[in-house]
Design a protein around this ligand. Structure first.
Ligand code: SF4
Length: 461
C-alpha cells in the first residue's frame, strides 16, 4: 500500500515537471514514505533520513519530508529527532505533498535565481510553509479518491497496484493502522474501473486491488446488490475490463469473507488462484487477545471452501508468534493449523511491541528467546511445505505473466504463475514483458522455480 501511495506522489511530481532520480545526492527533494507496523521500520526510516541530511551542506535548498504512517502518528515530534526536516505529511494528505514541496523549493530556489539574475515565476507559498517545519496530518474527506494515477515507466508494466480503499475499522490489539490510516473509506466502483481501464489500455495485464481489509470494501458506503457485497460487485466490474487478464487482491479478513466471495472464484476466471489470507494465530485464546473476532475453525472453514471453489488455489498467510501470554500449547495450535492448511508460504513475525497499542501494555510479554525459538520452529515447518510444493511443479507446464528482467539476475526474466509462484526463465524482455507465456518448469530452489518458456505466441490467462 505504501508503494502505491508513493507512486501517486511521484506521479504528481512528474506531472509538475520534475524528474524522478534514484541518486540521492542529486535530489532537490527527498521524501521518505514511512510504515509504522513494526518499530524496526520506523527506526530504519529515522536512520536513513538522519544520514541524508548531509546533502544540504552542498545544496542548501534540498527539501526533506516524511510522509505516511509514522508521519501521521508522530507528527511534530519528528522535528526533534531530525533537525533538517522540513515537512511531515500524514496518510490522508498524499495528494498535497507536491504543492508543499514545490512551494518550499520555489521559495528557496527563487532566492538563488535572483542572485544570478534569472527570472523565475514564483508560486504563492502558504505563509506557514515558509516558516519551515510544516505539518499536515488532518483528516480529509475523499482522500481515498486521490490515489488513482500511475507513473509511466517508459516500459510496459505487466502488473499494477490499485488502491480501492483506505483505513480500517478493526481494532487488532497489536496494530497501529486504525490510528494512522483512519476509518474505512472506499472509492466508487466506477472510479476504480476507470483506473483499471487506463492501465489495461497501456498494456497492464494484471491488477492487485489493495485495501487494509479489502473484502470489506464499501460496506459503509455502498449497498449489497442481489446478495453480493460491494467488493464482489467491484470484482465483477473490474473483470469486464478488456485487455485485463488477471485480478488479485490483498488482504482479506475472515470477517466478511462470505459465500458470495467464495463463489466469485467459480465464475470469474480472471481472479488468480492465490489469496494472501492473514491467520495470525491458530489459538482461539490468542486470537481473542489479539482482538481478531474469529475462531480458528472459521478460518479453516473459509480456506476449505475456497479450495473447493478453486482446486488449484494457493494460500499464503501472516502469523505472529510470541504474542503476550502465548503458551507452548497455543503455539502448537498454530503449528497444527499450518500443517493442516499447508500454506504455500507464511510471513512469520516475532511479536514486537508497537507504541500506543493495547498489546504493548499487556501482562505476559514473552522473552525474546522464546519468540525466536517458536519463530525458527515454524519457519522450518513452513519452509519444508513450500519447498515440497514448489518441487512438485517440476515437470509441469505453467502459464506465467512475464514481469521483465529478474531483480537478482538482469540477464534472465521473471514472472508469476496464477498461484503467485515466481518463475525465472530466459527470453527477450522487450517482446515478452506484459505477456503470458507457457513455461515448462525444470527446477526449483526453495521459493523460486526455473523453467523454459515456449516461445510461441503469448497465451490467455
Ligand atoms: S485488520 Fe487488524 S491488523 Fe489489519 S489493518 Fe485493521 S487493525 Fe491492523
Amino acid at each position: 500500500m505504501n508503494e502505491r501511495d508513493s507512486e501517486q506522489v511521484a506521479r504528481m511530481f512528474v506531472e509538475g515537471g520534475y524528474t524522478l532520480t534514484g541518486v540521492e545526492h542529486e535530489a532537490d527533494a527527498i521524501l521518505v514514505n514511512t510504515c509504522s507496523v513494526r518499530d524496526q521500520a520506523e527506526q530504519k526510516a529515522l536512520g536513513k533520513m538522519g544520514m541524508m541530511g548531509k546533502y544540504r551542506e552542498k545544496r542548501s535548498h534540498v527539501v526533506y519530508g516524511f510522509m505516511g504512517c509514522m508521519a501521521q502518528s508522530r507528527g511534530e515530534e519528528l522535528f526533534d529527532r531530525i533537525p533538517h526536516l522540513d515537512l511531515v505529511v500524514g496518510t490522508q494528505k498524499y495528494h498535497r505533498v507536491y504543492d508543499y514541496v514545490d512551494g518550499i523549493l520555489r521559495q528557496r530556489m527563487e532566492g538563488r535565481m535572483d542572485e544570478v539574475g534569472a527570472e523565475m515565476t514564483s508560486l504563492r507559498v502558504e505563509e506557514e510553509l515558509t516558516k519551515g517545519r510544516f505539518v499536515d496530518r488532518g483528516a480529509e474527506e475523499g482522500s481515498q479518491n486521490t490515489i488513482r494515477d500511475h507513473v509511466a515507466s517508459g516500459t510496459r508494466q505487466a502488473s499494477a497496484f490499485v488502491s480501492i480503499m483506505q483505513g480500517c475499522n478493526m481494532r487488532c490489539s497489536f496494530c497501529i493502522v486504525p490510528d494512522t490510516r483512519g476509518k474505512e473509506r472506499g472509492r466508487p466502483i466506477h472510479d476504480v474501473v476507470e483506473e483499471v481501464k487506463r492501465l489495461a489500455g497501456q498494456g497492464t495485464r494484471e491488477v492487485t486491488l489493495l485495501g487494509q481489509i479489502v473484502n470489506l470494501y464499501g460496506r459503509t458506503e455502498f449497498e449489497k446488490v442481489d446478495g453480493k457485497s460491494p467488493f464482489v460487485q467491484l470484482l465483477e466490474a473490474v473483470h469486464e475490463v478488456d485487455g485485463l487478464e488477471r485480478i488479485r487482491f490483498t488482504s482479506p479478513h475472515p470477517i466478511g469473507y462470505r459465500d458470495d466471495l467464495v463463489k466469485a472464484f467459480t465464475y470469474l476466471p480472471k481472479l488468480c488462484s492465490h489469496i494472501h489470507f492473514p491467520m495470525q494465530s491458530g489459538s482461539d485464546r490468542i486470537l481473542k487477545a489479539m482482538r481478531r473476532p474469529y475462531k480458528s475453525e472459521k478460518f479453516i472453514a473459509i480456506c476449505e471452501k475456497m479450495k473447493a471453489a478453486r482446486p488449484d488455489l494457493a494460500i499464503t498467510t501472516d502469523i505472529i508468534v510470541g504474542f503476550p501470554t502465548e503458551t507452548e500449547a497455543d503455539f502448537q495450535l498454530t503449528v497444527d493449523c499450518v500443517k493442516r492448511l499447508q500454506f504455500d508460504n507464511s510471513f512469520i513475525f516475532r511479536y514486537s511491541k508497537r507504541k500506543d497499542t493495547p498489546a504493548a501494555e499487556m501482562e505476559g510479554q514473552l522473552p525474546e528467546s522464546v519468540k525466536e525459538e517458536r519463530n525458527q520452529e515454524l519457519l522450518k515447518i513452513q519452509s519444508e511445505i513450500a519447498i515440497r510444493k514448489n518441487g512438485a511443479l517440476i515437470g509441469t507446464r505453467q502459464k506465467v505473466l512475464c514481469e521483465g528482467p529478474s531483480k537478482t539476475n538482469k540477464a534472465r526474466l521473471s514472472g508469476r504463475t496464477s498461484q503467485n509462484k515466481i518463475v525465472i526463465f530466459d527470453g527477450d524482455a522487450e517482446r515478452m514483458t506484459g505477456e503470458i507465456f507457457e513455461v515448462d518448469i525444470e527446477d526449483s530452489t526453495g521459493f523460486t522455480v526455473y523453467g523454459t518458456a515456449l516461445l510461441k505466441e503469448p497465451v490467455q490467462a
